[in-house]
Write a protein that binds this ligand. Structure first.
Ligand code: PRP
Length: 210
C-alpha cells in the first residue's frame, strides 16, 4: 500500500527527541522505535512512511520530492541553500551556534590578523566573521572540532553547543553566540500544494502540539 505522506527523519541524537514529540502530536511511533537496520519504516494504519537518513541528507530528499516532509536542524539549512518551506518549529534539538575557544582568547583584539577557525559549518563561520570585518581562514573538519584549538590547528572553533559538556571536558569556553538552533519540519514547495489533503493534517497536528 502506498503511504499518504513520506517523512525523512534524522538518525541519532535528534531522533530520540523526535519520537516523544511525534507521540505528543498523536502519531504512533512504534515503526520508528522498532529495532533493526531497516531504513524505511511504515506506519500503515497512520498512512505514514518514515525514511531514516543522516541528518545532513534530510533536506536533499525533501528538495527532490523523494520525501514530502523532513525533520532537520536549522544549522543544516543555514549552512547550505535549499529551496524548501519550513512550516513548523518542533522545539527539539535546541542548541546554539557559537564561537568557542580557550578562556580569555582575545579573538577580537586584532582585526587585521587572519584568525584561523575550524568548523563543520564553514559557510556559517565565514559569514559571521565577514559581518564583523574580521579576516578568517576557515578550516573544514567533520567532527571532534574541539580538538582544533587544543592542537594548534585553529585559534577558535564555530560549533554547536548543547549542554556545554564537550567544551568543559576539553577546557574550552563559549566566546560569542552566533544564533539559536532547533529542529524544524521542512516541506517540498510543490508537494505541499499537490498533496495538501494528506500533508495538511500532519502539519496541523505537529503545530497544535507545539
Ligand atoms: C556536537 C557538537 C559538539 C557537541 C556539543 O558534536 O559538534 O561537539 O555535539 O554538545 P554538548 O554541548 O552537549 O557537549 P557531535 O556529538 O555531533 O559529535 P562530532 O564531534 O562527531 O560531530
Amino acid at each position: 500500500m502506498q503511504p499518504d505522506v513520506v517523512i525523512a527523519v534524522p538518525k541519532g541524537r535528534v531522533l530520540e527527541q523526535l519520537v516523544p514529540r511525534l507521540q505528543a502530536a498523536g502519531f504512533d511511533t512504534s515503526a520508528l522505535t522498532r529495532r533493526g537496520r531497516q531504513l524505511i519504516r511504515d506506519d500503515e494504519a497512520g498512512g505514514l512512511r518514515y525514511l531514516l537518513l543522516k541528518p545532513d541528507d534530510v533536506p536533499t530528499w525533501v528538495e527532490y520530492g523523494a520525501a514530502d516532509l523532513g525533520v532537520v536542524g536549522r544549522d543544516v539549512l543555514l549552512e547550505r541553500q535549499y529551496d524548501l518551506f519550513a512550516p513548523v518549529d518542533l522545539g527539539i534539538g535546541v542548541c546554539r551556534m557559537m564561537v568557542c575557544g580557550p578562556k580569555d582568547f582575545p579573538f577580537t583584539a586584532d582585526m587585521s590578523r587572519t584568525l584561523r577557525v575550524a568548523s563543520k559549518f564553514p559557510n556559517i563561520a565565514r559569514k559571521h566573521f565577514l559581518g564583523r570585518g574580521q579576516p578568517v581562514e576557515v578550516i573544514l573538519v567533520n567532527g571532534s572540532v574541539e580538538l582544533a584549538p587544543l592542537t594548534g590547528l585553529a585559534d577558535v572553533i564555530v560549533d554547536i553547543v548543547e549542554t556545554g559538556e564537550t567544551l568543559r571536558q576539553n577546557g574550552l569556553v563559549p566566546l560569542e553566540p552566533i544564533c539559536d538552533i532547533s529542529s524544524v519540519v521542512v516541506a517540498n514547495r510543490v508537494g505541499v500544494k499537490l498533496k495538501r489533503h494528506a500533508i495538511g493534517p500532519v502539519l496541523a497536528a505537529l503545530r497544535a502540539s507545539a
